[in-house]
Design a binder for this molecule. Structure first.
Ligand code: ACO
Length: 322
């Protein structure tokens, strides 16, 4: 039996509590460092220094990641580090993701999210951009025993250490049924192109047996609560970015058409919008290229993985299903 106290998901009700608080309460009010303190049972120590250390070590490793998907480049980078505390891997995932995108040197004086955005884009983000990214990273930091976290726990249960657990979790996160969906969500929007083409495109895909990316969830039987949180963060950006209007209008039309079509397609199974749909819109608005979305997801989720490694090492035994 494997269980966690780090978060609680009520799939029928569409409720998520992380470290005891509803996700709606954390979003916009809590930094990733503050959430890490609650998930790890102690505040992160010198995360900025760990970013600087990771940068020095990884600048010789990241050139080897050329040609790989960014999330695979991050896995390569994590595998090249010696064992260390959760800070080492939280820093490394951010530095490696940013390094594969732009690669500015870390500024240990900045908050983790602000520095990650600055390193990745080569310029400091506006307060609204940093706030939107912080909301995203906090919202996706922890989500129970999902596939990547479960992979991390199996590895931690062998006492292999945090680095091995994070590397394994990155492997599980990559798949399109888990953390690899948001890039394909944008491909879908691009292919549809115009709101009035949404219904036909979607019906066609469902007829040929394909899944719609950004919809459905193993646990939630209603809308994933993280969708509303991320859409609210997007509203913050929309106020200063008129260029987002057309994209968001298309996304609204596609979401509405998809929900109608899915209800007809599977009347027995409620399939609703999941976090990846809103993630795609938010990360695109922040200027991240779509192929990097899974790696950016890991920048937040690594905090949860580390919390699970600590919990497993403290309370768990070897995980060995019959
Ligand atoms: N589009 C079309 N049909 C779907 C979808 C979808 N998005 N999701 C589920 N279904 C269908 C399945 O084909 C399946 O049909 P079958 O029984 O005839 O094979 C049935 O609904 C099963 O539904 P569930 O049991 O609810 O789905 P499951 O738990 O197996 O899968 C998953 C959940 C993987 C998320 C699925 O909904 C999916 O593939 N969605 C698209 C990919 C996606 O958005 N992934 C991100 C998930 S969020 C995250 O991991 C962070």
């Amino acid at each position: 039996m494997i269980a966690t106290t780090l978060s609680r998901i009520e799939g029928e009700l569409g409720e998520l509590r992380i470290a005891g608080s509803p996700v709606e309460e954390l979003a916009g009010r809590t930094t990733l460092e503050e959430l890490a303190a609650r998930l790890w049972g102690r505040p992160p120590q010198e995360l900025g220094e760990w970013r600087a250390r990771a940068w020095h070590r990884l600048r010789h490793v990241l050139p080897l990641a050329r040609g790989l998907a960014p999330v695979d480049g991050v896995r390569l980078a994590v595998s090249a580090l010696p064992e260390g505390p959760p800070e080492a891997f939280t820093a490394a995932v951010a530095v490696a993701t940013a390094g594969l995108l732009g690669g500015e040197r870390p500024d240990p004086a900045l908050g983790h999210t602000a520095d990650f955005l600055r390193m990745a884009r080569g310029a400091v983000g506006t307060p609204a951009e940093v706030a939107a990214l912080e909301t995203y990273l906090v919202t996706v930091a922890e989500h129970g025993l999902n596939a990547s976290t479960f992979a991390a726990r199996v590895i931690a249960s062998t006492r292999a250490g945090t680095g091995a657990a994070v590397a394994g979790a990155l492997g599980a996160l990559k798949g399109p049924l888990h953390g690899g969906a948001p890039g394909p969500v944008l491909d879908m929007l691009d292919e549809i192109g115009r709101p009035d083409r949404a219904s036909e495109w979607i019906a066609d895909r469902l007829r040929s047996g394909e899944r719609l990316m950004g919809f459905g969830h193993r646990i939630y039987r209603v809308r994933d609560p993280r969708v509303a949180v991320l859409r609210a963060a997007l509203e913050g950006l929309r106020r200063e970015r008129r260029d987002l209007e057309a994209r968001l209008a298309l996304a609204d039309a596609v979401e509405a058409a998809a929900l109608q079509a899915l209800a007809r397609h599977r009347p027995d199974r409620r399939l609703d919008t999941n976090v990846e749909f809103a993630t795609a819109l938010l990360l695109e608005a922040l200027g991240f290229p779509r192929e990097s979305f899974t790696a950016v997801f890991a920048v937040g989720r690594v905090v949860g993985w580390c919390g699970h490694v600590l919990e497993q090492e403290r309370d768990g035994r070897l995980i060995r299903p019959a």
